[in-house]
Design a protein around this ligand. Sequence first.
Ligand SMILES: C[S@@+](CC[C@H](N)C(=O)[O-])C[C@H]1O[C@@H](n2cnc3c(N)ncnc32)[C@H](O)[C@@H]1O
Length: 319
Amino acid sequence: MNSQIEHKPVMLNEMLDWLAPKEGGIYVDGTFGAGGYSRAILKTANCKVYAIDRDPSTKRFAELLEKEFPNRFVWILGNFADMCELLASHGVNNVDGIVLDLGVSSMQLDIAERGFSFRNDGALDMRMSSEGISAADVIASAGIDELADIFYYYGEEKAARRVARAIDVARKTQPITRTLQLAEIIRGAIPSKQGKTHPATRSFQGLRIYINQEFDAIESALFAAEKLLGASGKLIVVSFHSLEDRIVKRFTHSRCGKLGEHSRHVPELRDKFRKNAVNAPSFFLPKPEKRTANEKELKINPRARSATMRMITRGGVLQ
Ligand SMILES: C[S@@+](CC[C@H](N)C(=O)[O-])C[C@H]1O[C@@H](n2cnc3c(N)ncnc32)[C@H](O)[C@@H]1O
Protein backbone atom coordinates (compact mmCIF):
# COMPACT_ATOMS: atom_id res chain seq x y z
CA MET A 1 0.00 0.00 0.00
CA ASN A 2 1.24 3.47 -0.83
CA SER A 3 1.82 5.23 2.47
CA GLN A 4 2.09 8.62 0.71
CA ILE A 5 -1.68 8.71 0.24
CA GLU A 6 -3.19 10.29 3.34
CA HIS A 7 -6.77 11.25 3.95
CA LYS A 8 -7.35 14.94 4.70
CA PRO A 9 -10.29 15.08 7.14
CA VAL A 10 -13.21 17.22 5.99
CA MET A 11 -14.83 19.87 8.26
CA LEU A 12 -12.64 18.84 11.19
CA ASN A 13 -13.01 22.14 13.08
CA GLU A 14 -16.78 22.19 12.64
CA MET A 15 -17.00 18.58 13.89
CA LEU A 16 -14.92 19.40 17.00
CA ASP A 17 -16.77 22.61 17.65
CA TRP A 18 -20.07 20.81 17.69
CA LEU A 19 -19.00 17.62 19.43
CA ALA A 20 -17.18 19.61 22.15
CA PRO A 21 -15.40 16.53 23.62
CA LYS A 22 -15.35 16.57 27.41
CA GLU A 23 -12.98 15.17 30.01
CA GLY A 24 -13.79 11.54 30.78
CA GLY A 25 -16.24 11.34 27.86
CA ILE A 26 -16.73 8.27 25.66
CA TYR A 27 -16.92 8.86 21.90
CA VAL A 28 -17.45 6.69 18.82
CA ASP A 29 -15.76 7.43 15.51
CA GLY A 30 -17.79 5.14 13.24
CA THR A 31 -15.68 5.83 10.15
CA PHE A 32 -12.09 5.74 11.38
CA GLY A 33 -10.28 5.95 7.99
CA ALA A 34 -6.83 7.45 8.58
CA GLY A 35 -7.89 8.54 12.06
CA GLY A 36 -8.07 12.31 11.52
CA TYR A 37 -11.29 12.70 13.50
CA SER A 38 -10.26 10.26 16.25
CA ARG A 39 -6.92 11.98 16.80
CA ALA A 40 -8.52 15.43 16.96
CA ILE A 41 -11.08 14.26 19.55
CA LEU A 42 -8.39 12.59 21.67
CA LYS A 43 -6.23 15.72 21.55
CA THR A 44 -9.07 18.01 22.59
CA ALA A 45 -9.98 16.30 25.88
CA ASN A 46 -8.81 13.50 28.14
CA CYS A 47 -11.53 11.19 26.82
CA LYS A 48 -11.82 7.72 25.26
CA VAL A 49 -12.51 6.95 21.58
CA TYR A 50 -13.85 3.70 20.15
CA ALA A 51 -13.12 3.77 16.42
CA ILE A 52 -14.84 1.49 13.92
CA ASP A 53 -13.92 0.81 10.30
CA ARG A 54 -14.93 -2.04 8.03
CA ASP A 55 -11.70 -1.73 6.05
CA PRO A 56 -8.94 -3.93 7.54
CA SER A 57 -6.26 -1.76 5.90
CA THR A 58 -7.04 1.07 8.37
CA LYS A 59 -5.39 -0.98 11.12
CA ARG A 60 -1.99 0.61 10.44
CA PHE A 61 -3.39 4.05 11.32
CA ALA A 62 -5.06 2.62 14.42
CA GLU A 63 -1.74 1.23 15.65
CA LEU A 64 -0.28 4.74 15.59
CA LEU A 65 -3.12 6.09 17.74
CA GLU A 66 -2.92 3.17 20.15
CA LYS A 67 0.71 4.18 20.81
CA GLU A 68 -0.01 7.90 20.93
CA PHE A 69 -2.98 7.60 23.31
CA PRO A 70 -2.45 4.47 25.45
CA ASN A 71 -5.64 3.19 27.14
CA ARG A 72 -7.73 5.92 25.50
CA PHE A 73 -8.14 4.53 21.99
CA VAL A 74 -9.75 1.27 20.80
CA TRP A 75 -9.99 0.26 17.14
CA ILE A 76 -12.72 -2.19 16.11
CA LEU A 77 -12.91 -3.87 12.70
CA GLY A 78 -16.55 -3.99 11.64
CA ASN A 79 -19.56 -2.31 10.09
CA PHE A 80 -20.92 0.77 11.86
CA ALA A 81 -24.38 -0.71 11.26
CA ASP A 82 -23.48 -3.16 14.06
CA MET A 83 -22.28 -0.41 16.39
CA CYS A 84 -24.35 -1.56 19.39
CA GLU A 85 -23.04 -5.13 19.28
CA LEU A 86 -19.45 -4.06 18.50
CA LEU A 87 -19.38 -1.70 21.48
CA ALA A 88 -21.19 -4.15 23.75
CA SER A 89 -18.36 -6.62 23.14
CA HIS A 90 -16.13 -3.99 24.82
CA GLY A 91 -18.60 -3.47 27.67
CA VAL A 92 -19.88 -0.13 26.35
CA ASN A 93 -23.59 0.69 25.99
CA ASN A 94 -23.75 4.42 26.65
CA VAL A 95 -21.69 7.11 24.92
CA ASP A 96 -21.39 10.91 24.79
CA GLY A 97 -20.97 11.38 21.08
CA ILE A 98 -20.91 9.58 17.71
CA VAL A 99 -19.36 10.88 14.49
CA LEU A 100 -19.83 9.42 11.01
CA ASP A 101 -17.81 10.76 8.07
CA LEU A 102 -19.45 8.78 5.29
CA GLY A 103 -18.20 7.43 1.97
CA VAL A 104 -14.75 6.38 0.88
CA SER A 105 -11.37 7.65 2.04
CA SER A 106 -8.65 9.08 -0.19
CA MET A 107 -6.63 5.90 0.44
CA GLN A 108 -9.46 3.72 -0.89
CA LEU A 109 -10.07 5.99 -3.86
CA ASP A 110 -6.46 6.50 -4.84
CA ILE A 111 -5.22 2.91 -4.63
CA ALA A 112 -6.11 1.64 -8.10
CA GLU A 113 -6.36 -2.01 -7.10
CA ARG A 114 -9.21 -1.25 -4.66
CA GLY A 115 -11.27 -0.61 -7.78
CA PHE A 116 -13.16 2.53 -6.64
CA SER A 117 -11.78 4.92 -9.24
CA PHE A 118 -12.66 5.24 -12.90
CA ARG A 119 -9.48 7.30 -13.46
CA ASN A 120 -6.88 4.67 -12.49
CA ASP A 121 -6.84 1.15 -13.86
CA GLY A 122 -7.41 -1.57 -11.27
CA ALA A 123 -9.39 -4.71 -10.54
CA LEU A 124 -13.14 -3.98 -10.51
CA ASP A 125 -13.51 -4.62 -6.77
CA MET A 126 -15.03 -1.72 -4.71
CA ARG A 127 -15.44 -3.71 -1.48
CA MET A 128 -14.53 -1.57 1.54
CA SER A 129 -14.27 -4.65 3.75
CA SER A 130 -12.58 -6.77 1.04
CA GLU A 131 -15.31 -9.38 1.68
CA GLY A 132 -18.49 -10.38 -0.13
CA ILE A 133 -19.38 -9.87 -3.78
CA SER A 134 -17.19 -7.56 -5.84
CA ALA A 135 -18.21 -5.04 -8.49
CA ALA A 136 -16.90 -7.43 -11.17
CA ASP A 137 -19.25 -10.15 -9.83
CA VAL A 138 -22.25 -7.84 -10.10
CA ILE A 139 -21.30 -6.57 -13.55
CA ALA A 140 -20.95 -10.19 -14.73
CA SER A 141 -24.12 -11.61 -13.20
CA ALA A 142 -26.82 -8.94 -12.72
CA GLY A 143 -29.58 -8.69 -15.31
CA ILE A 144 -30.07 -5.53 -17.40
CA ASP A 145 -32.98 -4.34 -15.22
CA GLU A 146 -31.05 -4.85 -12.01
CA LEU A 147 -28.00 -3.02 -13.34
CA ALA A 148 -30.17 -0.14 -14.55
CA ASP A 149 -31.79 0.11 -11.10
CA ILE A 150 -28.39 0.23 -9.39
CA PHE A 151 -27.18 3.05 -11.64
CA TYR A 152 -30.47 4.94 -11.45
CA TYR A 153 -31.35 4.69 -7.75
CA TYR A 154 -27.89 4.73 -6.18
CA GLY A 155 -26.08 6.79 -8.81
CA GLU A 156 -28.91 9.04 -10.03
CA GLU A 157 -27.76 8.23 -13.58
CA LYS A 158 -30.51 9.30 -15.98
CA ALA A 159 -29.07 7.16 -18.78
CA ALA A 160 -29.01 4.10 -16.51
CA ARG A 161 -30.75 1.78 -18.96
CA ARG A 162 -28.46 2.79 -21.81
CA VAL A 163 -25.42 2.09 -19.62
CA ALA A 164 -26.84 -1.29 -18.53
CA ARG A 165 -27.48 -2.31 -22.15
CA ALA A 166 -23.96 -1.31 -23.24
CA ILE A 167 -22.52 -3.42 -20.41
CA ASP A 168 -24.66 -6.37 -21.45
CA VAL A 169 -23.42 -6.15 -25.04
CA ALA A 170 -19.78 -5.79 -23.97
CA ARG A 171 -19.80 -8.68 -21.44
CA LYS A 172 -20.98 -11.09 -24.13
CA THR A 173 -17.67 -10.73 -25.94
CA GLN A 174 -15.27 -10.34 -23.00
CA PRO A 175 -15.49 -10.45 -19.17
CA ILE A 176 -15.45 -6.96 -17.61
CA THR A 177 -12.86 -7.10 -14.84
CA ARG A 178 -11.03 -3.74 -14.87
CA THR A 179 -12.12 -0.25 -13.81
CA LEU A 180 -10.93 1.52 -16.97
CA GLN A 181 -12.56 -1.14 -19.13
CA LEU A 182 -15.92 -0.42 -17.46
CA ALA A 183 -15.35 3.36 -17.58
CA GLU A 184 -14.74 3.16 -21.34
CA ILE A 185 -17.91 1.10 -21.92
CA ILE A 186 -19.89 3.74 -20.00
CA ARG A 187 -18.20 6.57 -21.90
CA GLY A 188 -19.26 4.86 -25.13
CA ALA A 189 -22.87 4.72 -23.93
CA ILE A 190 -23.09 8.32 -22.73
CA PRO A 191 -20.48 10.54 -24.39
CA SER A 192 -19.26 13.35 -22.09
CA LYS A 193 -20.11 16.98 -22.61
CA GLN A 194 -17.00 19.15 -22.53
CA GLY A 195 -16.10 20.46 -19.08
CA LYS A 196 -18.68 18.21 -17.39
CA THR A 197 -17.94 15.41 -14.93
CA HIS A 198 -16.63 12.08 -16.26
CA PRO A 199 -19.55 10.09 -17.74
CA ALA A 200 -18.77 7.15 -15.43
CA THR A 201 -19.02 9.21 -12.21
CA ARG A 202 -22.63 8.40 -11.38
CA SER A 203 -22.59 4.75 -12.44
CA PHE A 204 -19.44 4.10 -10.38
CA GLN A 205 -21.07 5.77 -7.37
CA GLY A 206 -24.17 3.62 -7.78
CA LEU A 207 -22.15 0.43 -8.04
CA ARG A 208 -20.07 1.31 -4.97
CA ILE A 209 -23.13 2.10 -2.85
CA TYR A 210 -24.77 -1.16 -3.92
CA ILE A 211 -21.69 -3.34 -3.34
CA ASN A 212 -21.18 -1.96 0.17
CA GLN A 213 -24.92 -1.73 0.99
CA GLU A 214 -24.15 1.79 2.15
CA PHE A 215 -27.69 3.10 2.62
CA ASP A 216 -28.79 0.13 4.76
CA ALA A 217 -25.70 0.62 6.91
CA ILE A 218 -26.44 4.34 7.42
CA GLU A 219 -30.03 3.63 8.46
CA SER A 220 -28.95 0.95 10.93
CA ALA A 221 -26.24 3.23 12.34
CA LEU A 222 -28.77 6.01 12.97
CA PHE A 223 -31.04 3.63 14.90
CA ALA A 224 -28.00 2.35 16.81
CA ALA A 225 -26.92 5.89 17.67
CA GLU A 226 -30.33 6.53 19.17
CA LYS A 227 -29.86 3.56 21.50
CA LEU A 228 -26.27 4.31 22.44
CA LEU A 229 -26.28 8.03 23.07
CA GLY A 230 -26.89 9.14 26.63
CA ALA A 231 -28.81 12.30 27.54
CA SER A 232 -27.31 15.34 25.75
CA GLY A 233 -25.18 13.01 23.60
CA LYS A 234 -24.22 14.38 20.17
CA LEU A 235 -24.61 12.76 16.77
CA ILE A 236 -22.71 14.22 13.80
CA VAL A 237 -22.95 12.89 10.25
CA VAL A 238 -20.96 14.20 7.29
CA SER A 239 -22.31 13.07 3.93
CA PHE A 240 -21.05 13.60 0.40
CA HIS A 241 -24.06 13.39 -1.87
CA SER A 242 -27.72 14.22 -1.75
CA LEU A 243 -28.96 10.62 -1.40
CA GLU A 244 -26.94 10.05 1.77
CA ASP A 245 -27.86 13.44 3.15
CA ARG A 246 -31.54 12.78 2.51
CA ILE A 247 -31.46 9.66 4.69
CA VAL A 248 -29.80 11.58 7.51
CA LYS A 249 -32.16 14.53 7.14
CA ARG A 250 -35.20 12.23 7.19
CA PHE A 251 -33.96 10.63 10.40
CA THR A 252 -33.04 13.87 12.15
CA HIS A 253 -36.38 15.44 11.26
CA SER A 254 -38.36 12.38 12.33
CA ARG A 255 -36.56 12.35 15.68
CA CYS A 256 -36.96 16.05 16.30
CA GLY A 257 -40.70 16.12 15.73
CA LYS A 258 -40.34 17.57 12.23
CA LEU A 259 -41.38 15.27 9.40
CA GLY A 260 -40.24 16.42 5.98
CA GLU A 261 -41.62 15.91 2.52
CA HIS A 262 -41.81 12.54 0.78
CA SER A 263 -38.69 11.43 -1.09
CA ARG A 264 -39.03 9.92 -4.53
CA HIS A 265 -35.73 8.04 -4.10
CA VAL A 266 -36.23 6.58 -0.65
CA PRO A 267 -40.03 6.66 -0.33
CA GLU A 268 -40.20 4.01 2.38
CA LEU A 269 -37.81 5.81 4.71
CA ARG A 270 -40.16 8.29 6.28
CA ASP A 271 -42.54 5.58 7.42
CA LYS A 272 -39.68 3.35 8.53
CA PHE A 273 -38.19 6.08 10.71
CA ARG A 274 -41.62 7.04 12.00
CA LYS A 275 -42.46 3.44 12.92
CA ASN A 276 -39.18 2.99 14.76
CA ALA A 277 -39.51 6.21 16.72
CA VAL A 278 -40.26 4.65 20.09
CA ASN A 279 -40.59 7.88 21.97
CA ALA A 280 -40.13 10.67 19.41
CA PRO A 281 -38.96 13.38 19.51
CA SER A 282 -35.81 11.92 21.01
CA PHE A 283 -33.32 14.50 19.71
CA PHE A 284 -33.03 18.27 19.53
CA LEU A 285 -32.31 19.93 16.22
CA PRO A 286 -29.88 22.86 16.38
CA LYS A 287 -30.05 26.00 14.27
CA PRO A 288 -28.66 25.89 11.66
CA GLU A 289 -29.39 22.17 11.34
CA LYS A 290 -26.56 21.60 8.85
CA ARG A 291 -23.25 23.13 7.91
CA THR A 292 -20.99 23.14 4.88
CA ALA A 293 -17.24 23.71 4.63
CA ASN A 294 -15.86 27.26 4.88
CA GLU A 295 -14.13 29.13 2.02
CA LYS A 296 -10.65 28.45 3.38
CA GLU A 297 -11.19 24.68 3.45
CA LEU A 298 -12.86 24.68 0.03
CA LYS A 299 -9.65 26.12 -1.44
CA ILE A 300 -7.37 23.44 -0.03
CA ASN A 301 -9.56 20.31 0.09
CA PRO A 302 -11.62 19.51 -3.03
CA ARG A 303 -13.57 16.75 -1.15
CA ALA A 304 -15.02 19.43 1.10
CA ARG A 305 -17.01 20.89 -1.80
CA SER A 306 -19.69 18.25 -1.59
CA ALA A 307 -19.69 17.78 2.20
CA THR A 308 -22.78 18.44 4.34
CA MET A 309 -22.61 18.07 8.12
CA ARG A 310 -25.78 17.44 10.12
CA MET A 311 -25.81 17.39 13.88
CA ILE A 312 -28.41 16.59 16.55
CA THR A 313 -28.38 16.32 20.35
CA ARG A 314 -30.01 13.49 22.25
CA GLY A 315 -32.82 14.56 24.51
CA GLY A 316 -34.34 12.29 27.17
CA VAL A 317 -33.33 8.65 27.12
CA LEU A 318 -35.65 6.08 25.55
CA GLN A 319 -37.60 3.73 27.83
C1 LIG B 1 -14.35 9.42 4.53
S1 LIG B 1 -13.47 8.15 5.31
C2 LIG B 1 -13.31 8.71 6.97
C3 LIG B 1 -12.09 9.54 7.20
C4 LIG B 1 -11.81 9.87 8.66
N1 LIG B 1 -12.83 10.75 9.22
C5 LIG B 1 -10.46 10.50 8.83
O1 LIG B 1 -10.39 11.60 9.40
O2 LIG B 1 -9.48 9.92 8.38
C6 LIG B 1 -14.69 6.91 5.47
C7 LIG B 1 -14.22 5.64 6.17
O3 LIG B 1 -15.38 4.98 6.64
C8 LIG B 1 -15.29 3.61 6.39
N2 LIG B 1 -16.65 3.12 6.26
C9 LIG B 1 -17.59 3.42 5.31
N3 LIG B 1 -18.73 2.77 5.53
C10 LIG B 1 -18.54 2.05 6.67
C11 LIG B 1 -19.37 1.18 7.44
N4 LIG B 1 -20.62 0.90 7.06
N5 LIG B 1 -18.87 0.65 8.56
C12 LIG B 1 -17.60 0.92 8.96
N6 LIG B 1 -16.75 1.72 8.26
C13 LIG B 1 -17.24 2.27 7.14
C14 LIG B 1 -14.50 3.49 5.11
O4 LIG B 1 -13.87 2.22 5.06
C15 LIG B 1 -13.51 4.65 5.27
O5 LIG B 1 -12.31 4.21 5.86
